[in-house]
Design a protein around this ligand. Structure first.
Ligand SMILES: C[S@@+](CC[C@H](N)C(=O)[O-])C[C@H]1O[C@@H](n2cnc3c(N)ncnc32)[C@H](O)[C@@H]1O
Length: 219
């Protein structure tokens, strides 16, 4: 059967993808995504994840970050992984939930999976859907980050840690201000596994001030 014609740009993307050293390493080492190496680099630099911790991984599919987190925190700790897309089971002590983290029912299920407790670490590798319109995309990115801050407010343990993807752009300085309201220390990092042309960076929030100590950052 005839194969559908691909555009030159998607052919270029595919060729680049298959030659990417992190894609090749992920295949070799059994990670579900090249993104796993971003979290591994962040872990190498900041030593955030420790045995026994409870981790909430927002936007987890296909599961590279959950694999990395599970290997560092289990069997004493656990990972709750949430994504809009279906995601295959990762390992014992990793609960996989399918749904939108903004949906109240999903939020309730997250809280049940945390057994009414709070996570010590929240990971978010999510990106808003891009339209190509810079102003709109910046606004969408800001909204998404603010929604993650709300989850932090309701779900992260005092002194807890956030690792969240953010994009350079109009909303960046606002997000820094909001991050600093929630966390004692805020760092930005761009792992080498993150492609140079991508405007993504990761916000590391250390020392969550606690739900009683900060005002809600989003009204
Ligand atoms: C870049 S991928 C995450 C890759 C993952 N860290 C890994 O290592 O495999 C971002 C994911 O965020 C998910 N996502 C985006 N918005 C979401 C939402 N509102 N609720 C749940 N998942 C969401 C997408 O479905 C997508 O799978």
């Amino acid at each position: 059967m005839a194969q559908p014609q691909r555009s030159p740009s998607s052919n270029r993307w595919l060729a680049e993808h298959h030659a990417d050293p992190h894609v090749l390493a992920a295949r070799r080492e059994g990670y579900r995504s090249r993104a796993a190496y971003k979290l591994l680099e962040i872990q190498e630099k900041y030593k955030l994840l420790k045995p026994g911790m409870t981790v909430l991984d927002l936007g987890a599919a296909p599961g590279g970050w959950s694999q990395v987190a599970a290997s560092l925190v289990t069997p004493q700790g656990k990972v709750v992984a949430v994504d809009l897309l279906p995601m295959a089971a990762v390992a014992p002590h990793v609960t996989v939930l399918q749904g939108d983290f903004l949906d109240d029912l999903v939020v309730d299920t997250i809280h049940q999976s945390l057994a009414g407790g709070r996570a010590q670490v929240i990971l978010s590798d999510m990106a808003a859907n891009m339209s190509g319109n810079r102003t709109l995309d910046s606004l969408r990115g800001e909204r998404l980050a603010e929604a993650v801050f709300q989850v932090v407010h309701h779900t992260l343990a005092p002194d807890g840690i956030l690792v969240m993807k953010v994009f350079q752009g109009g909303a960046f300085s606002t997000l820094m201000v909001q991050g600093k309201e929630l966390f004692r220390t805020v760092r930005m990092t761009k792992p080498t596994a993150s492609r140079d042309r991508s405007p993504e960076q990761y916000m590391i929030g250390l020392g969550f001030r606690g739900p009683g100590l900060v005002r809600e950052v989003v009204s």
